[in-house]
Design a protein around this ligand. Structure first.
Ligand code: CA
Ligand code: CA
Length: 188
């Protein structure tokens, strides 16, 4: 069973994905996010097709494998159920795969490191207040060398999904949880 803190984090994640704030995560929400992710690249990097594909398959998983052109709508309850099933299986290949696609989304220049600037753009993609990005970055750069590396990223994603410690830096990966009730609809 997931803890209250885990449920809060998953609820926060739901609201970030529900980009038009209608109470459902839909295919169009994913497309909007992917569009923002791709829109930040000045030129098409080699891995762009792969990035699009991972997000597409992630949506397929979230929506229960509905038809590609389908109009599946995932309400909060189903979202929590899906993530509960994923997380109760432990930190395995699926969560590692998720780490990889999130990292690829955030590492805009593809150099294998996330900078403070890329972190700010990540906040923009999810419609988060960019004012919070620098504090989040400082907390998430675990060794303070000015970059978030893959190793740090895996620890942070692990904390976001699994930690029950309210002080874990990874809790901030998608912005402060106090923003739970806000919908990022101004970017819709
Ligand atoms: Ca980078
Ligand atoms: Ca670092």
């Amino acid at each position: 069973m997931l803890s209250d803190l885990q449920i809060r984090k998953l609820t926060h994640l739901f609201h970030l994905h529900d980009a038009n704030g209608n109470g459902f995560v839909e295919r169009t929400d994913y497309e909007r996010l992917v569009g923002r992710l791709l829109g930040q690249r000045e030129r098409e990097p080699a891995g762009i097709g792969a990035l699009r594909e991972v997000w597409r398959s992630h949506w397929q998983e979230v929506s229960g494998g509905g038809p590609p052109q389908g109009s599946a709508r995932v309400p909060l309850g189903a979202w929590i159920e899906l993530w509960t099933a994923i997380l109760e299986a432990g930190f395995g290949a699926r969560v590692l795969g998720l780490c990889e696609h999130l990292f690829a989304g955030m590492d805009i220049d593809g150099d294998g490191k996330i900078t403070a600037d890329e972190s700010r753009q990540w906040f923009e993609i999810f419609g988060l207040d960019p004012a919070g990005a620098d504090a989040t970055f400082a907390a998430c750069d675990l060794n303070g060398d000015g970059f978030i590396t893959r190793d740090e990223w895996i620890q942070l994603v692990d904390q976001f999904f699994f930690s029950d410690d309210p002080a874990a830096p990874g809790n901030l990966l998608f912005g402060a949880l106090a923003a739970n009730e806000e919908h990022p609809e101004h970017l819709a």
